[in-house]
Design a protein around this ligand. Structure first.
Ligand code: HPA
Length: 248
């Protein structure tokens, strides 16, 4: 069943794509269980694409409960070859202030206890994917160009640290992530990126900064603060996506 080659996975703050003309909703089951939500096939800027709400629609699945394998398997079944993952993150290094957008080029995985591979049962051979560069260079390049086109300042690189959640980090954990070289912290980047690679799907991320990581500025991190910055960041994300689709 080939429906579209491009998919967008929306994270917190992006449960629906504005301006997407919905063609149909596709409910799939997979050998790994049910995806987070129905896949929405639609048209945006004349391009057919698939949209998936990572946390479900409405937003009910916390990061550690998302069935990443089902989500990715379903996209593969639909004929998707490129995934743009939109994700809310905390900012760690100075450029990554709230509402900023980054297109990460590296990641470190601190998550645990997640179903993180397709290669575990009925194996004919043990498979170790190359994951030196976890995000697809050409797709990142396309997004970087789209941001320039849309006149949205972004960071065109950065290291994403994936924590387990759903709680936010301690100040010490953020200090450790910084020492490790992380610029951003989120909870959903893995195993999503690795599963895409296992299936041969191109994958790049638009990371939208919702808040400073714990302890970087004084005070508690509130949901109200997160929502406010995500609102601005997601509006800019939509402009980048539209510019990307215009060129696609
Ligand atoms: N930490 C982890 N994930 C996040 C954060 C954070 O501070 N903000 C948004 N997603």
């Amino acid at each position: 069943m080939t429906t579209a080659s491009l998919a967008i996975i929306g994270g917190t703050g992006l449960t629906q794509l504005a301006n997407l003309t919905i063609v149909k909703e596709i409910q799939l089951n997979t050998p790994f269980g049910a995806p987070s939500a129905a896949y929405v096939q639609g048209e945006l800027n004349g391009q057919t694409l698939i949209f998936l709400a990572r946390h479900g629609n409405p937003h009910t699945l916390p990061p550690h409960k998302i069935n990443y394998r089902a989500n990715m398997w379903g996209l593969k079944e639909l004929g998707v070859t490129q995934v743009i993952a939109v994700a809310a993150v905390g900012g760690i290094t100075p450029l990554m202030q709230p509402a900023h957008i980054a297109i990460p080029d590296q990641l470190i995985d601190y998550s645990y206890d997640r179903k993180h591979t397709f290669f575990e049962e009925d194996l004919q051979a043990v498979t170790h994917i190359d994951f030196s560069y976890p995000y697809t260079a050409a797709l990142r390049e396309g997004l970087i160009n789209a941001a320039a086109q849309a006149n949205i300042p972004i960071s065109n690189s950065g290291t994403y640290g994936c924590t387990q959640g759903p709680r936010l980090e301690t100040a010490a954990e953020i200090r450790r992530l910084k020492q490790d070289g992380c610029d951003l912290v989120g909870m959903t980047g893995m195993p999503e990126a690795a599963l895409a690679r296992e299936l041969g799907i191109d994958y790049a991320a638009l990371a939208v900064v919702a808040n400073w990581g714990a302890g970087i500025v004084e005070g508690e991190i509130t949901m109200a603060e997160i929502e406010q910055h995500l609102h601005t960041g997601m509006a800019n994300t939509a402009l980048i996506l539209q510019a990307f689709l215009a060129k696609h």
